[in-house]
Ligand binder design. Sequence first.
Ligand SMILES: O=C(CO)[C@H](O)[C@H](O)COP(=O)(O)O
Ligand SMILES: [Co+2]
Length: 217
Amino acid sequence: MTKTIVAPSILSLDYANVSEQLKQLNESKAEWLHFDVMDGHFVPNLTFGPDLLKGFKKCTDMVMDVHIMVEDPVFFTDVFLKAGADILTFHYEACKDEKEVRMICEEIHACHAKAGVSVKPGTPISVLDPLLDVIDVVLIMSVEPGFGGQSFMEDMLEKVRYIKKQIVEQNRSTLIEIDGGINADTAKLAKAAGVDVLVAGSYVFRNDIKAAVESLL
Ligand SMILES: O=C(CO)[C@H](O)[C@H](O)COP(=O)(O)O
Ligand SMILES: [Co+2]
């Protein structure tokens, strides 16, 4: 069994208490920090810009896992790579075609970052089969993107099982990440299905941070 990575989502961080929460995150077993970028168009919510990412990078050595939920992935990929994203994940649905997905992944690699591609709940995961050679992280949304605190869509586990099989058959090292509604119970289901990386926002920040991270491992 491979090691599980926990990626707390700063969407649910308490912004009245940032330095204390960051201190707890740094002392926790979380290895990645999930940074949700929303443009108010691709999803009906607006979040963070590149300067906030630059600020976080000064306060932690965690891997910066940037998830862009935006209509223009080409523009924002460039912006967040320059701001220091270690992993840049964009949405398949925001791209014109398969060629554009491949082109963005190659641009990310040229900047020495990892390329992630995300699919919304309604998108079949099989669209990623021919792209696994350029994808480092497949991000499966287990809620409709846009907001934290929603319930886990259990039927998304079928996508995890499907893409895991493809990754093994194609002999790839692509990681599978799941995002939305993760808590200690849903984490168990996700791990059993083959998930490597668990994004967790509300569950981590509404509880004792260190204990909550530990309960997901
Ligand atoms: O991408 C996201 C929403 O679009 C967030 O990463 C996700 O919702 C995390 O929040 P929670 O764990 O509370 O569901
Ligand atoms: Co996210």
